[in-house]
Design a protein around this ligand. Structure first.
Ligand SMILES: Nc1ncnc2c1ncn2[C@@H]1O[C@H](COP(=O)(O)OP(=O)(O)O)[C@@H](O)[C@H]1O
Ligand SMILES: O=C(O)C1=C[C@@H](OP(=O)(O)O)[C@@H](O)[C@H](O)C1
Ligand SMILES: [Mg+2]
Length: 192
């Protein structure tokens, strides 16, 4: 474990959080390509471990087990890796232990999208997101609203309304490079 070591800013993992369908997986991969870093999508890693899609994991093992696997994977990743671009699943940040691990070791970006834009995207994702299945639009809106205040705990919030994934990824890369450059020039420290 690297728990007590202060991780230099440039080496910290970059973590994307936000509601299902906001673009974490798509944009994370683009950021990784632009920065020549490894990309880790937590859902895809859990799917590889179990050789089945998340929908099947929910069906055969239950959501509770999925949440445990998600927590174990992310906490380990946070404390034992650096320089990764990581896309979380949209429910991960609801677990306090995951939030604490992410915020103490990494740089967390919240990809925000308004409800009115989000609902136009529902048809793209509903079949592959078990949490959205058998729910009315009102139920989903309540879940969306309930989770927003948890995503608000982050290092940087990006509004993705009216931007395509390339634009969002470029914006995040520019923000990061600026932050790294300012940190390099700071007389106080290399890390915080
Ligand atoms: N900025 C965007 N504008 C339009 N469509 C997007 C945008 N970001 C993602 N999408 C689309 O939304 C869907 C969900 O994207 P995904 O990256 O899987 O989201 P998440 O990982 O947050 O659930 C995909 O079909 C993707 O192409
Ligand atoms: O919000 C959630 O509870 C979930 C989000 C999904 O990931 P995306 O946010 O990438 O869709 C996936 O982890 C699972 O279906 C549960
Ligand atoms: Mg995803």
């Amino acid at each position: 474990m690297t728990t007590n070591k202060v991780i230099p800013l440039k080496e910290r993992n970059i973590i994307l959080t936000g509601f299902m369908g906001v673009g974490k997986t798509t944009i994370g991969q683009l950021i990784a390509n632009k920065l020549y870093r490894d990309f880790i999508d937590v859902d895809q890693e859990i799917e590889k471990q179990h050789n089945m899609p998340v929908t099947e994991i929910f069906k055969s093992m239950g959501e509770k087990n999925f949440r445990q696997m998600e927590k174990d994977y992310i906490v380990d990743l946070c404390y034992n890796s650096r320089l990764k671009i990581v896309s979380l699943g949209g429910g991960a940040f609801m677990q306090e232990e995951i939030r604490a691990a992410c915020l103490s070791t990494s740089i967390v970006f919240f990809l925000d999208l308004s409800w009115s834009s989000w609902k136009d995207r529902l048809h793209l994702i509903v079949d592959s997101r078990p949490v959205l299945q058998n729910k009315s639009l009102d139920d989903i809106e309540s879940l969306f609203a309930a989770r927003q205040h948890v995503y608000e705990i982050n290092n940087s919030k990006i509004s993705t309304d009216d931007s395509d994934p390339e634009e969002v990824a470029d914006y995040i890369v520019r923000t990061l490079k600026l932050g790294w450059e300012m940190n390099d020039r700071s007389p106080f420290s290399q890390s915080f």
